[in-house]
Design a protein around this ligand. Structure first.
Ligand code: PLP
Length: 375
């Protein structure tokens, strides 16, 4: 399926043919599931999955679409012991014209390639993987909801399957893709708990990659957030309590900044922020509109608290594929509740405009866009 850039550069001799999406082998399930009406996110999966094995001697093997089922892994497998693992998350939507569309999927493929490099997993051909995912969606297309705003969530996953306990670059790996139905993730305004005692990511770490280890390590803090009646953690960084991310979302402030200018601001991609596809799209759109200042800049809790006191905050929201765009209603910080929502009503807010007018149009195909990729 995937070409391996190291082979192409001649550094290693090819031992097998380079595989393509066209080589894909399909084994259809003989017992299709009944599709449930409403399910919790990530609990019910579609009938098929894609898997492709890789090993250092043979390179990428033939990609296979097969009935959804368990994996068989060696108990010493490096993904299980050392979190040599990464994943992606993207959605496929059914448009008003019944056609299925992905939203900027090449950005997910690119981010996945970067995560793979950082995890010492092998390189793959991004467009070949996208071709295989497209075929998987076609096969399970009836799972994409026909009504409402529901969609299908696609989870590409890449794991080291080295069957030994040595901490080393894996000689074996498995890339697989599973899919599940997804409705709207968070419907209401979110409450966040901000405490600098926990850190999600740090300079020189892997916070800008979508590696499983970044997420398992956050559960403890997430649980503590719950004890303050908050739904998510607002991750802070450094002595000055820089705002970084909220739960698994990028964070935006729409405010009148310290200089009196209307501004949409989000923290810069300095290694501790995940480069979200939704984040990038919001920045691209807002820059195109050219109605207010758009900045990637450091933002601290001190600046946010001053803005709240002086009623300069129009809106604070998080962005991500799962939640799309979600307003932040309150933050517990230094044992006090800060109401982070004030001047704009939801109807007239930037977040509702982004969500309603733009993403719905692009994703549901109500206006032509080069951000959508037809399946
Ligand atoms: C830590 C983190 N930040 C931000 C995001 C949002 O990224 P995207 O917009 O690509 O879904 C995600 C979700 O993938 C995430 O896990």
């Amino acid at each position: 399926m995937f070409s391996d850039p190291e082979r192409l550069s001649g550094r290693r001799q090819p031992q097998v043919e380079i595989r393509h999406a066209a080589d894909l082998v399909v084994q259809l399930s003989t017992s299709l599931q009944r599709k449930p009406d409403v399910v919790d996110f990530g609990t019910v999966f579609t009938d098929h999955m894609l898997s492709v094995e890789w090993n250092a001697n043979g390179g990428w093997q033939t990609p296979l679409i097969r009935p959804f089922g368990d994996l068989s892994l060696h108990p010493a497998c490096s993904a299980l012991h050392y979190a040599v693992e990464l994943f992606e998350g993207l959605k496929v939507y059914r448009g008003d014209d019944k056609r299925l569309r992905l939203f900027r999927p090449l950005l997910n493929m690119e981010r996945m390639s970067k995560s793979a490099k950082r995890a010492c997993l092998p390189a793959f051909d991004q467009s070949e993987l996208l071709g295989c995912i497209k075929r998987l969606i076609e096969i399970d297309q009836d799972w994409v909801p026909h009504l409402g705003s529901g969609c299908l969530y696609i989870r590409p996953t890449f794991i080291g399957t080295e069957p030994s306990l040595g901490v080393k670059k894996p000689n074996r790996a498995l890339l697989y893709v599973i899919m599940c139905q997804a409705g709207s993730y968070f419907n209401t305004e979110l409450s966040l708990w901000a405490d600098p005692k926990y850190t999600r990511a740090w300079k020189g770490g892997t916070g800008d990659c979508k590696m499983g280890g970044n997420y398992g390590g956050t559960l403890f803090a997430q649980q503590e957030a719950g004890s303050y009646d908050c739904q998510q953690v607002l991750w802070l960084y450094g002595e000055d309590h820089q705002i970084t991310e909220g739960g698994t979302m990028n964070i935006f402030l729409h405010w009148i900044n310290e200089d009196g200018d209307e501004e949409l601001a989000t923290p810069p991609l300095d290694g501790i922020i995940l480069p979200g596809v939704t984040r990038q799209s919001i920045l691209d759109l807002a820059r195109k509109w050219d109605e207010f200042k758009v900045s990637e800049r450091y933002l601290t809790m001190g600046q946010l608290c001053s803005a709240l006191k002086q009623q300069r905050l129009k809106e604070m929201f998080g962005s991500g594929t799962a939640c799309r765009i979600c307003r932040i209603g309150s933050i517990v910080y230094e044992e006090k509740v800060q109401n982070s929502q004030n001047s704009s009503s939801w109807d007239k807010s930037l977040s509702s405009n982004l969500l309603r007018i733009n993403f719905a149009l692009f994703q549901h195909g109500r206006s032509p866009s080069d951000w959508t990729y037809l399946v």
